[in-house]
Design a protein around this ligand. Structure first.
Ligand code: ACO
Length: 380
């Protein structure tokens, strides 16, 4: 039996119409459109429509989707009530995982896995996960959560549900671009997880909860938080080089937000986010965090170890600076990633279901054989 490379490196699990990741050239395409064009021009909802329908919406279709996401993004009062009983110190990704699971109890379609029901849940849950992310930010501070407003789009609603005030355009624009860039990325670990769960015939809430759990890890979506904590540890621009020599040159640690399984060139999302991070930092009057991140990336780019291994900043590196500059709590960065990825996960779940076969690989057993059974009272 052929054995795949460790970590399923380079294994294709099948066809997908959703996105193309070209790792050698550093290109990313969503259903035919370049990520740079989408990040510069698209409303998040346009990209959601593209992934769910394979084409961009016209004005009426876009408005219908925007309004539906805003209305159906409301979270049942029972789930918000449960969240108020969670420990205030709980990790926001753990809260998102648990509260997303709880949504299923109150979803009329939760156990219906017909394609029609899956599409209804994709819409509802994409709105609701954004609401849950904002709700926990408030609940853990002892504030009342806020419901989405019917007249706003998702990025506006996210900022509104955090602050309760009229969303400010610079922040909304940055969140919208961030969400567009993070929406979809082919067969990454969390998307693969969602497809494995779906392949067993399990429901959409189960598949999304599994994906959220997978995204949480620092080798995947959790890297944005770890990157920011690393920049905070460095603390000053003057410390970048000594920190690099002490922690990275010595081989003790990895630079979080650098390296990627598929990209062996610059992640195109990182290029867009670097520009965003630079502009937002300048506008905020505090460029320190951007400068630390940029100088560290430049040191890595000039270092033989990173050159030989084709290690470049990935999506999480400069997104940490974007989100921090928008005053978001560091431990909320990964939930923001999750809410942005909802459209991609749900599109993959439906794609998997449309042409399903159980995903069930094998492993080569290398353990002992033919051991003699020893009764419990004779074991040492
Ligand atoms: N810093 C220093 N060295 C690194 C880094 C890094 N960030 N990333 C990889 N390397 C080195 C490894 O030590 C290894 O060196 P070796 O060949 O001498 O053993 C080589 O580069 C290849 O690394 P692997 O771990 O084998 O690469 P893999 O494809 O398995 O892992 C991963 C990719 C997990 C992203 C890795 O680059 C990493 O840990 N990066 C930091 C965490 C991170 O940013 N994760 C987010 C990824 S993007 C996303 O999921 C949204």
């Amino acid at each position: 039996m052929t054995q795949a490379k460790k970590g399923l490196d380079g294994v294709s699990i099948g066809d997908s119409r959703l996105s193309l990741v070209n790792g050698t050239e550093g290109k990313l395409i969503y259903a035919g459109y370049k990520i740079e064009d989408l990040a510069a021009n698209a409303l998040y909802e346009e990209v959601v429509y593209l992934l769910w329908n394979g084409r961009l919406p016209n004005a009426a279709e876009l408005e219908e989707l925007r309004a539906a996401l805003a209305v159906q993004g409301a979270v049942p009062a029972e789930v918000l009530q449960q969240m108020k009983s969670y420990p205030k110190s709980a990790n926001p990704m753990a809260v998102l995982r648990t509260s997303t699971s709880a949504l299923a109890f109150y979803d009329p379609d939760s156990e219906d896995t017909s394609i029609e029901a899956q599409k209804r849940k994709a819409l509802r849950m994409t709105g609701q996960v954004t609401t849950l992310t904002a709700a926990w930010y408030r609940i853990r501070q002892g504030l009342e959560p806020i419901s989405p407003r019917k007249d706003l789009n998702l990025s506006q609603n996210f900022m509104y549900m955090l602050t309760g005030t009229e969303p400010e355009s610079t922040a909304v624009d940055a969140i919208n671009a961030y969400m567009v860039l993070l929406t979809e990325h082919s067969m990454n670990a969390s998307t693969f997880t969602s497809r494995v769960t779906t392949s067993t015939g399990a429901d959409m809430h189960s598949a999304i909860v599994a994906a959220i759990g997978t995204l949480k890890g620092p080798a995947h979506g959790g890297a944005n938080e770890e990157a920011m904590r690393m920049f905070m540890e460095i603390a000053e621009v003057a410390n970048v080089e000594p920190w690099f020599n002490e922690n990275i040159k010595s081989g003790k640690r990895r630079i979080m937000g650098i390296g990627h399984r598929v990209y062996k060139a610059l992640d195109p999302r990182a290029a867009v986010l670097r520009e965003r991070a630079a502009a937002l930092s300048k506008a905020s009057g505090n460029t320190k965090w951007f400068e630390i991140a940029d100088q560290l990336a430049n040191l890595a780019r000039a270092d033989q170890y990173f050159i030989e291994r084709n290690l470049y900043p990935n999506v999480d590196y400069f997104s940490a600076i974007v989100l921090y500059t928008l005053n978001l709590d560091v431990d909320m960065f990964t939930p923001l990633f999750a809410m942005s990825r909802m459209a991609g996960w749900t599109a993959h779940i439906i794609e998997q279901q449309t042409d399903n076969r159980l995903i069930r690989p094998t492993a080569d057993y290398v353990g002992p054989m033919d051991l003699q059974w020893v009764p419990l009272n004779q074991r040492r």
